[in-house]
Design a binder for this molecule. Structure first.
Ligand SMILES: NC(=O)c1ccc[n+]([C@@H]2O[C@H](COP(=O)([O-])OP(=O)(O)OC[C@H]3O[C@@H](n4cnc5c(N)ncnc54)[C@H](O)[C@@H]3O)[C@@H](O)[C@H]2O)c1
Length: 414
């Protein structure tokens, strides 16, 4: 315990109403933990496109459950890495002072505090979130509430070699880990062998990723761990195809995976060539366009699975599927949203093992005073990757291409 170094006040990026004008860096008291809470220092926090949704929707956001930030301001930020500083009595066996944790923001629990601030006194709430009604991470310190710890949403960083930014990025990466584990295949080694389930993408098969945006790139990287024979990526944007080529061509070659980068108009030919007309085993739709979701079924071979990773807008949720293909060719569809603590632990394990290079995805870094600018850049879609804020420094937003543990140490030290 190192209370001497905890200051009386700190800076925090707070939402005090609805809209970007209500996002302000404010000086607030550093809260001290009660017996069922933990005080953490925030090492870094990443911005996420969904920060804009709470800014725009305020009390209407589904994770706010009616809580009005105009009355009770909230601190934003939900993808981060923290160090435990003061541990309340209740958690002394579970949380270690000085240890780093990645935060799983989605907490499957009812709120334990401030129930009167929620609609209907908080009745019926089953999920709350850090950076929404629970204190967020665009700040120097954060109080971790008991429901976060009770639901195992403080995920220990397993290895000192994992930089803070990589631990923070384990949250978005874990959504991809979770999603790919929703694909499953029914395997039969021979006609007289029993059927066996296989969870995840089909090893030795053909995986297709539609869309090479930031999430599509992570899908490509994590798909390689399943060792498909062919990994086809369809993306209309030439710069994004080029990024995928730069990041993954050599690694795919070394792993014996044929990486095929193509455009939507050439995709059918590419699938025909790679699979001798059989169709793909796994398709991941890493974008939220209804027409493409529908089209994705046409790329599947017998027993193929399409994964609707991107969500479509409300009102666009009905799609058509060829029922004869489900019946005669056993094609199927899966989907998932978000992740849980086990997925984050797995994502950090993959980082430690060198299977994921999270530094590739960092496009901007800054101090806490740059947090608002970063959220604006994400809102205006000026970011081609993730932005990382280090709350212990004060520096403007700096565009970069790639980031490493050594660069992080130097940046935080300045
Ligand atoms: N399921 C989850 O847990 C989860 C988590 C995070 C994000 N998402 C969703 O994942 C999706 C992708 O996120 P992103 O940040 O990479 O989005 P993005 O919009 O940056 O990327 C989508 C990419 O698809 C490409 N594209 C457009 N039309 C195409 C076509 N016909 N064929 C192939 N590619 C095409 C675009 O050029 C773009 O590069 C979003 O819908 C997002 O909401 C899901």
């Amino acid at each position: 315990m190192d209370e001497a170094h905890v200051p009386e006040t700190m800076m925090a990026l707070r939402l005090t109403g609805v809209g970007m004008d209500s996002v302000q860096l404010q000086e607030v008291e550093v809260p001290r933990p009660e017996a069922d809470q933990v005080l953490c220092r925030i090492e870094c926090v990443a911005a996420c496109a969904s920060d804009s949704k709470i800014i725009d929707q305020g009390p209407e956001h589904s994770l706010m459950h009616g809580w009005d930030p105009a009355k009770w301001p909230v601190t934003l930020g939900h993808e981060g890495c923290v160090t435990a500083i003061e541990v309340g009595k209740m958690w002394e066996d579970k949380i270690e002072v000085g240890r780093r944790y990645a935060v799983q923001p989605a907490v499957p629990s009812a709120p334990s505090r401030h129930r009167e601030r929620y609609a209907n006194g908080g009745r019926g709430i089953r999920k709350i979130a850090v950076g929404y009604t629970l204190p967020g991470l665009f700040a120097e310190y954060v109080i971790i509430e008991p429901e976060v710890i009770g639901c195992s949403c403080m995920v220990p960083v397993p290895d000192d070699t994992i930089p803070h930014f990589a631990a923070a990025l384990s949250e978005p990466i874990s959504c991809v880990v979770a999603a790919q584990q929703h694909n499953f295949h029914v395997i039969k080694e021979s006609p007289d062998a029993p059927r066996q389930p296989h969870l995840g993408l089909l090893p030795g098969g053909t995986t297709l990723v539609l869309g090479a945006g930031p999430m599509g790139l992570w899908h490509i990287e994590i798909a390689m761990s399943y060792k498909p024979a062919n990994l086809i990526v369809s993306e209309p944007n030439a710069a994004r195809r080029e990024t995928a080529q730069q990041f993954f061509a050599a690694r795919a070659r070394d792993a014996g995976i044929s990486l095929i980068l193509t455009t939507p108009d050439m995709l059918e030919n590419a699938i025909e060539d790679a699979t001798s007309g059989r169709g793909v085993d796994d398709c991941i739709v890493a974008l939220g366009i209804r027409a493409i979701q529908e089209q994705s079924f046409s790329y599947l071979g017998e027993g193929g699975v399409t994964n609707l990773f991107g969500g479509v807008k409300a009102g666009e949720e009905m799609i058509q599927v060829n029922a004869r293909r489900i019946h005669y060719e056993s094609i199927s569809v899966v989907g998932s949203s978000g992740s849980d603590p086990s997925d984050m632990a797995q994502a950090m394990g993959m980082v430690a093992a060198g299977e994921i290079e999270p530094g590739n995805y960092v496009a901007a870094v800054g101090g806490l005073d740059a947090a608002r600018d970063l959220l604006l850049a994400v809102r205006e879609q000026r970011m081609e990757g993730k932005g990382i804020i280090y709350p212990n420094v004060r520096r403007p937003l700096q565009e970069i291409s790639g980031w490493s543990a050594a660069q992080e140490v130097a940046f935080r030290g300045q």
